[in-house]
Write a protein that binds this ligand. Sequence first.
Ligand code: DAH
Length: 339
Amino acid sequence: MNLEEIERQAKEEISKASDVQQLQLIKAKYLGKKGYITLALREITKVPPEQRREYGSRLNQLKELVENLVRQAEDRIRKETIEKEIRSSWQELTVSLPKYAGAIHPITQTLQRIQDIFVSMGFSVEEGPEVELESYNFDLLNIPKEHPARDMQDTFYVNKEGYLLRTHTSPVQIRVMLSKKPPIYMIAPGRVYRRDDDPTHSPVFHQVEGLVVNESANFKHMKYTIEVFLKEFFEREVPVRFRASYFPFTEPSAEVDIGCLVCGGEGCRVCKGSGWLEVMGCGMVHPQVLENCGIDSELYQGFAFGMGVERLCMLYFGIDNIKLFYENDLRFLRQFRWS
Ligand code: DAH
């Protein structure tokens, strides 16, 4: 074969190669030990001396050309292989979408909205275990042994001495105070358990706990924080009142009410005629609780609050039975597409 013929044929074969093995064979056919170009180089001795220089340089050019073409073909084949893989693994998702797109559960939506509001105010989000130490759930929170909240009626105990299913998210306060130094600005969302079961109580429900500890936290800061939260959560100005109350872990303690969203304060079935709805508990962290966690109560003070997520969710969406959250009835759940 003359050199033109070799060039023409090499170009054609390389351009048609569709996989790496094929290309290797073609490469060997031209550039390998017994390849056309290699043999042609050897035959230089048969070329008349005056033509050798030109023949040699022509042959070198051809060798370079074929090497380049092989390299380009390698690139091309690599790209084609990747494209083929992508094409074969591509899933046309829009085709297989079910008739009804999923919706985010209203409790999850509510938890997310509560967290967003507090995160925007600079709070961190903490977590604690649902199977909790009895001492964190009760003792360190200043809930004495004979307190009614400890009654077997309210608490689920587990088969291990000293452990229980947490009855509130307040033990997360303890965990955070034991492990971090003030200033603390945290919320703790999570699932809690109580032996309650009626249209407004479920044995499993959700709470969000809040805790601020620093050198100057006071009742006004707490009031402001809660008022801003409630306004953001309900997306409107709502009347808020703080009613003196009692919790063992706060002193003073208060319960927070908002003007009834249903009747606007006139008095109706939802607010049981009072015009007010209770939405959370709060108070200044009891100095004993700070001390229990190794925080000097002479230097630091704090406020805390705890809210029921189901309750806030029911008020926000106008849902009248807590059981609806746990029945997984699609007719209910589909109404909560995230807008
Ligand atoms: N842990 C209380 C409950 O489950 C709620 C609560 C009230 C939490 C007052 C607090 C607080 O942090 O200060 O009923």
